[in-house]
Structure formats: structure tokens, C-alpha cells
Design a protein around this ligand. Structure first.
Ligand SMILES: [Zn+2]
Length: 307
């Protein structure tokens, strides 16, 4: 029998990362496509199925056997039933993606939440390897997290677990698009950091990257960064009180700041520790391939369970 690979897609608001992933998590082939979310959820769904079918064909042409399909999507995901329940940036409303993929490709499929599968990949193959209790936090445009225990992501009753970005850390504070005020995401996401700096410094269009690169030379940048790290420490210590993980893996665009983020965050969390045990705090190791690799791992888990 030829070697098995998993067709894996990580669907984001603007782009899709797609790959053929071997069972050990290594990548045989990678490609990227635009999501074209503006064309509407039906067109996006059709696009996902067509790209997955194309990848399965590519695997066969390379002498490999596609054994399963794993797709990661943002928003609320019902993993058990394989339904993309809701997504603000792609527009999904109760799309039965798993059955659509299974029908068209004739392969078993699994649907996962993008951050949760990223967490699975980091926990099993990346920065959380060797730890049984891992919290993966993706800090980018938004903030979300995934609790992974013994390599399995916790999704909650409604597939909505891990919304770390909507822990309220500053009651009555900055309005959040979710409708609350003072959510962690409204203060410490890359988008919020950029917006806060733009407001205080009078430089419209400023980004979190600008803040990080000006920390040594600009008092306002330093202040905005400190506010964000402070809020993150409040959010993360709450998460640690709930989950008591061994390692906190930081991913997403903001984690690219490296020690500029990790060092003061660990320091601020340390100040808040009472009964808690501090987790190790590390930067994610798999970069933007974590979603694809995690989607593949989820599909392989699904195969095992249905075998
Ligand atoms: Zn919120």
C-alpha cells in the first residue's frame, strides 16, 4: 500500500493554507489560496471543497494515498457534528462542511476550530511537546485560546470554549465588538494596541509592530505596550487559575515580539501569583503551519475513533 497523507486546510478570513500532511506531522506539499470571503459563504464552501479535491488528486499523482481530510475554520465550530456554526469573517452560518467534504471526496473528514487545532499541533509537535496540560493563546487581530489536555483540544458544549479574548479585565473599559466593555481583546490584541497608540500619538494607521519597534525610543509606545502586557497578565492569570497548565504557548502575530512580550508578561504574571503555580511561558514553534498540521492530526484522530 502507498504512503498515507492527510489533505489539510486552514481557512482564515483572507487566506487558506493548504497542505498534504504525513501522519508524523511533516508536510509533503503546501499551497495557499485566497478565501474570497466577499463572495459569500456558499462560494467559500465550494472553494474549500474544490481545493481539497484538488489536493487529494495531487496526492494520488505523487503516488500517495489520501486517507482523510481535515479542515480548520474560525468562529464557532461544532466538531462533533462537523458543522461550521458561525463565523464573523467568513460568514458561515450552520454549514455542514464535514458531510459536504465526505460526499465530494469520498474520504472521511474532520472539521475543527482554527485556534483549537493550532493548539493541538503546538501541544503534540511544537512548543508544548512533552507537557500534558497546554494552553495555546493566539494573540493577533483578536485573542483566542485553546486548552489541550493529553493532546486533545477542549471544545465545550457549544464548540465555543477558549474565548480568552472576551474575559473582562477592565470593567467599564474600552468597548469590544462583542458588546461588552473592557474585554482583554479590546486592550491587548494587535489591533487594539495599534489603535491605542494611533490615538495617543496622533499617528493614524499605526500598528502593534510600530509600537514594538519604537519601545526603546518612544515613551507613548512604552506606555501602550505596558497597558497591553498588564491586561494580558490579568487575563492569563485568570486562565491559569482555571486550568493550571504546565505551559502557556503564545502564538499569533504579537508573539513575534518574542522576549519583548514574554519577559514582561512573565514578570507581570509573577506579581499576580498567590496560590497559582506559574506555567512555563514560551513562543509557539510551528508558525502559521500549526493550523494545517492540527487539522491533519484531528482528521487522523477522527479516523482512529471511527475505525
Ligand atoms: Zn469582547
Amino acid at each position: 500500500m502507498s504512503t498515507g497523507v492527510v489533505v489539510a486546510l486552514d481557512v482564515g478570513g483572507t487566506g487558506m493554507k493548504c497542505a498534504l500532511v504525513r501522519p508524523d506531522g511533516t508536510v509533503h506539499h503546501e499551497e495557499r489560496h485566497p478565501t474570497l470571503a466577499a463572495r459569500g459563504p456558499e462560494a467559500v464552501t465550494e472553494n474549500i471543497v474544490a481545493i481539497a479535491a484538488g489536493l487529494a488528486g495531487r496526492a494520488r499523482a505523487d503516488g500517495l494515498e489520501p486517507v482523510a481530510v481535515g479542515v480548520a475554520v474560525p468562529g464557532v465550530v461544532d466538531e462533533e457534528n462537523g458543522v461550521a456554526v458561525w463565523s464573523s469573517n467568513v460568514g458561515f452560518r450552520d454549514v455542514p462542511l464535514r458531510s459536504l467534504l465526505e460526499e465530494r471526496l469520498g474520504l472521511p473528514a474532520a472539521l475543527g476550530h482554527d485556534v483549537r487545532v493550532g493548539g493541538i499541533a503546538e501541544a503534540r509537535l511544537g512548543a508544548g511537546k512533552g507537557e500534558r496540560h497546554v494552553l495555546f493563546a493566539a494573540i493577533g487581530t483578536g485573542i483566542a485560546a485553546a486548552l489541550v489536555v493529553n493532546g486533545v483540544g477542549y471544545h465545550g458544549t457549544h464548540g465555543a470554549a477558549g474565548e480568552l479574548g472576551h474575559i473582562i479585565v477592565r470593567p467599564g473599559g474600552t468597548p469590544c465588538p462583542c458588546g461588552q466593555n473592557g474585554c482583554l481583546e479590546a486592550i491587548a490584541s494587535a489591533r487594539a494596541i495599534g489603535a491605542r497608540y494611533a490615538e495617543l500619538s496622533g499617528s493614524p494607521g499605526a500598528t502593534a509592530f510600530d509600537v514594538v519597534s519604537r519601545i526603546d525610543s518612544d515613551e507613548t509606545a512604552r506606555q501602550v505596550w505596558h497597558e497591553a502586557v498588564d491586561a494580558l497578565a490579568d487575563g492569563m492569570i485568570t486562565a491559569q487559575a482555571l486550568f493550571d497548565v504546565g505551559v502557556l504557548v503564545l502564538g499569533g502575530g504579537l508573539a513575534e515580539a518574542g522576549a519583548t512580550l514574554l519577559t514582561p508578561l512573565a514578570e507581570e504574571m509573577g506579581k499576580r501569583v498567590t496560590f497559582h503555580r506559574m506555567p512555563k511561558i514560551v513562543k509557539a514553534a510551528l508558525g502559521d503551519t500549526a493550523g494545517c498540521k492540527g487539522a491533519a492530526l484531528l482528521a487522523l484522530d477522527h479516523l482512529e475513533h471511527t475505525a
